[in-house]
Design a protein around this ligand. Structure first.
Ligand code: SF4
Length: 233
């Protein structure tokens, strides 16, 4: 935006310029932007069409309104005010699979439901992407031994991003969606498992060290984790 807008006098000035531009004199400052400053007066940007389309796809994702089990509660929370997934261009769920290009699979998949999920996936137009949310969608999670539990969404539909956790916190899901956006924008398609951001603090420690570190954070009286969520990135 023009720096003229930073003061009241500037606003008046901008208003005058806009009025003049509408009457056919001068340029309308409303169309100024950082992008325009970066590219100057040239009306052309050269790029590959595929690269441009991937950037557009990654910047504007249409999620399917789709909930299965307990992970759905965290998914709904991710869409809601506090975390507001829409800030990242991916937060307004579509009610119809025909209007969606991303499906978040949030929970346990049972054998009776799996063909229905496949049908919903098939109804989404190409190109489409899948985010598996929670341990159940990776391996069946705590219900892995269940006679009717599918051992992961990958057995039914191709998953692009796996977000581990039981359930993953909204921050982890946002990170997974952001990772998907980044990969779509770069035209990458191999599946990725997102490392839970809580574990970032443990860096490259080996398993025993991580267990010791976690044990130190458990309050012996309440057996609750003392992890300070306020420090979460
Ligand atoms: S991963 Fe945990 S929270 Fe998510 S659906 Fe499975 S049991 Fe529920």
């Amino acid at each position: 935006m023009s720096s003229d807008n930073t003061t009241d006098g500037g606003s008046t000035d901008a208003l005058t310029k806009t009025r003049e531009a509408r009457m056919g004199e001068g340029l309308d400052d409303r169309f100024n932007s950082k992008l325009r400053e970066a590219f100057g007066a040239s009306p052309f940007i050269l790029t590959k069409f595929d690269k441009f389309m991937n950037w557009v796809r990654g910047s504007s994702m249409f999620m399917l309104q789709f909930g299965i089990a307990c992970c759905s509660i965290e998914m709904i929370h991710t869409y809601a005010i506090k975390h507001d997934l829409d800030r990242f261009g991916a937060g307004i769920p579509r009610a119809s699979p025909r209007q969606a290009d991303v499906i978040i699979v949030p929970g346990t998949i049972v054998s009776k439901f799996a063909p229905r999920m496949k049908r919903v996936y098939d109804q989404m137009p190409e190109p489409k992407f899948v985010v598996g949310m929670g341990s159940c969608t990776i391996s069946g999670g705590p219900f892995q031994e269940g006679y009717n539990v599918v051992k992961g969404a990958e057995e039914v539909i191709p998953v692009d991003i796996h977000v581990p956790g039981c359930p993953p916190r909204p921050e982890a899901l946002i990170y997974g969606v952001a990772k998907l956006q980044e990969r779509v924008a770069n035209g990458e398609s191999t599946p990725v498992t997102v490392k839970p951001y809580e574990l970032e603090q443990f860096g490259d420690m080996d398993d025993d060290e991580v267990i010791d570190e976690l044990a130190d954070q458990i309050d012996e009286d309440t057996l609750a984790m003392r992890y300070n969520w306020a420090d979460s990135p």
